[in-house]
Design a protein. Structure first.
Length: 293
């Protein structure tokens, strides 16, 4: 069924529709080809966040473009997976796909992580730079964290989901319980929380990707807690490559990645339509994903 937000006009041979769950592999493969290295179970988590939030552009029945326009409660949305197959770029297909996505998000505060080559175009569409994110990648040494007496590490099964949801909400602009539940429970994924005085003082997730592993999110009250969580999660990666996406203004987060031997490999611009959401960026040591925020 054609997407109701699509409009006629050049190029007329592009039709845009909502992507079905079983078709998520199409855009994940495209993302992998772009070097974004998606997680092995990202598709089911992403699609569940907003089943109507993934659009596919087709030309004569062949998929050639995509965009995700995932909406959350409290008038927040995030845009990602903006991809046109290389042989169809520069012909207006991307712009038509982009406009269809933005029509779905009319009235929302929208965030995105823009690659360098598209940042000027995003500015023309009303997006404002909030900060830079940097992907750090490498093989982290397996150094056990220093012994601490101010709390302890627990698997996520030992935490009330309502407590986890509340802590996550402090560090993300909107509630996302369906996504969060799936994100921490997929095969091969490890999720840990740091408990201090009976409450969550930080949590982190590591998941298997097309290549190696990614940590995300990594939220913590302070650098020492982030360090303890990072060390525990990094051990899961073993000798495989490990990545974490760090907000550049959080200097302790940058320091954490660099002290573990990770190197910057590329950057994105976190942009919003309007002022950035009021979240404590000092507590964000690793983003959840570039695709959904």
């Amino acid at each position: 069924m054609p997407y109701e937000g699509a409009q006629t006009g050049a190029p007329a041979d592009l039709s845009i529709r909502v992507l079905a769950r079983e078709e998520m592999k199409i855009v994940l493969d495209w993302a992998a080809n772009e070097g974004w290295n998606p997680g092995r179970h990202d598709g089911e988590c992403f699609h569940a966040a907003d089943p109507d939030g993934f659009l596919l552009g087709e030309r004569a029945g062949t998929p050639i473009s995509s965009i995700s326009v995932v909406t959350y409660p409290e008038n927040f949305a995030f845009l990602g997976f903006y991809i046109v197959q290389p042989e169809f770029r520069g012909r207006g297909y991307g712009l038509k796909t982009w406009r269809a996505g933005l029509r779905r998000l009319a009235g929302y505060k929208v965030g995105l992580d823009g690659v360098i080559g598209q940042q000027r175009n995003y500015t023309k569409s009303g997006f404002i730079l909030a900060w830079r994110n940097i992907r750090y990648t490498g093989t982290a040494p397996h150094n056990p964290p220093a012994a601490r007496t101010d709390g302890h590490l627990v698997p996520m099964t030992g935490v009330l989901f309502s407590d986890l949801e509340a802590y996550d909400r402090r560090h993300f602009p909107a509630p996302r319980p369906t996504f969060l539940h799936l994100w921490i429970t997929r095969p091969g994924t490890t999720a840990r929380a740091w408990i201090r005085d009976g409450r969550i003082a930080g949590y982190g997730v590591i998941r298997p990707c097309r290549s190696g592993f990614k940590i995300g999110p990594l939220f913590a009250d302070d650098e020492a807690t982030a360090e303890a969580l990072f060390a525990a999660l990094a051990a899961k990666a073993g000798s495989a490559a490990l990545s974490i996406d760090v907000p550049e203004p959080n200097l302790p987060a940058v320091r954490l990645a660099e002290q573990h031997g990770l190197k910057p490999v590329f950057e994105t611009a976190r942009m919003y339509t309007g002022p950035a959401p009021n979240i404590p960026l000092r507590g964000v040591f690793g983003l959840t994903s570039f695709e959904l925020g």
